[in-house]
Design a protein around this ligand. Structure first.
Ligand SMILES: [Zn+2]
Length: 331
């Protein structure tokens, strides 16, 4: 059973996916997005376990499950498939993860030939691609071919924190499940969850991304503290393809910082006076900013590059209006 089973957002997705499975209308490919700690892997593992199980049970038949789980499918935990899966030895399930900093074309070719064979146990074959944004260009193109010609019982789940790095032709062939960071998930994962924080980037401090991310956070937090001057952050964000994901990370870090949930601090990148202003922002203020970013990301996924520049400009204007009002109130 899932560790964050009381997360209403995940339950909603489990419910609609359970319906699709029962109607035999499961899409062949999914992209699950969300910052670290939102439950991407947990949701995907549940889905794989239900697809693999030979005799799934409805939540209503499982004793002591709360009402909201009653129309969700669960694996039986007893059948051969369930046992092989829990031992990570299921012949019809493949996990692809990055080797070094990449997912290479050879790994995707292996996945392609895996799907070309028929299933050994049941009829379904499943695969999870973790950190899908790390696919090289040729790996992504190879995956595209597999997505274009799915066999009837194949299901692929791509997990990513940075959907902007995936090519649009892949995105368009997948059902998108966007998991929003909730106060609960962030707090619950605060310990040890450093992949999306300064600490996470700092550990790879030689990478170009880490250097750029530091530059970004400096400009971004300065802008949050002084929202009337936005020209520097605007130029930076329009030029950097990952800027919206970074925006989301920086906001999530700010929330953790203001709540002392995680030992991260923007004080290494901005001056004390600006930091004092950031401290004024309440949890709800920060969530409001997060909501604006999510809405902007959603827009951009469906628009072209020309519009992306405009959307970022619009986002920063919305930030400015909102923040100026907040700081006025606190004066
Ligand atoms: Zn089973």
């Amino acid at each position: 059973m899932m560790s964050n089973a009381n997360n209403t957002q995940i339950i909603e997705h489990q419910r609609s996916l359970s319906q699709l499975i029962q109607l035999e209308r499961m899409p062949h490919a999914f992209i699950v997005t969300g910052v670290t700690g939102t439950g991407k892997l947990a949701l995907s593992r549940w889905l794989i376990s239900v697809l693999a199980c030979e005799q799934c049970v409805m939540g209503s038949k499982v004793s002591q499950l709360p009402n909201e789980h009653h129309d969700i499918l669960y694996p039986c935990g007893q059948c051969k498939s369930c046992q092989l899966l829990s031992g990570q030895a299921h012949p019809d399930h493949l996990i692809v993860d990055h080797i070094g900093n990449n997912i290479g074309v050879d790994q995707i070719r292996k996945l392609t030939s895996f799907f070309e064979k028929t299933a050994l146990l049941g009829k379904r074959q499943t695969a999870i691609i973790e950190s899908a944004e790390k696919m090289t260009e040729s790996a992504a193109n190879a995956l595209l071919k597999t997505l274009e010609e799915p066999n009837a019982y194949s299901h692929i789940i791509l997990l990513t924190t940075e959907i902007e790095r995936l090519i649009p032709t892949i995105i368009s062939r997948c059902r998108h499940i966007a998991l929003r960071a909730t106060k609960q998930t962030l707090k619950g994962n605060a310990n040890g969850d450093t992949a999306t924080t300064f600490a996470g980037f700092a550990s790879e401090e030689n990478s170009v991304d880490a250097v750029q991310y530091n530059e970004f956070t400096t400009l971004f937090y300065q802008f949050i503290a002084e929202p009337s001057s936005r020209s520097k952050i605007l130029t930076f964000m329009q030029a950097q393809p990952l800027s919206l994901s970074w925006c989301e990370l920086a906001i999530v870090d700010l929330m953790r910082f203001n709540n002392n949930w995680l030992n991260v601090s923007p004080d290494t990148v901005i001056e004390e006076q600006a930091l004092a202003r950031l401290r004024q922002l309440t949890q709800d203020d920060i969530w409001q900013l997060h909501t604006l970013i999510s809405a902007c990301k959603k827009q951009i996924l469906t628009l072209t590059q020309a519009n992306k520049d405009f959307q970022i400009e619009k986002l920063l204007s919305e930030f400015r209006c909102f923040l100026i009002e907040v700081y006025e109130k606190n004066r």
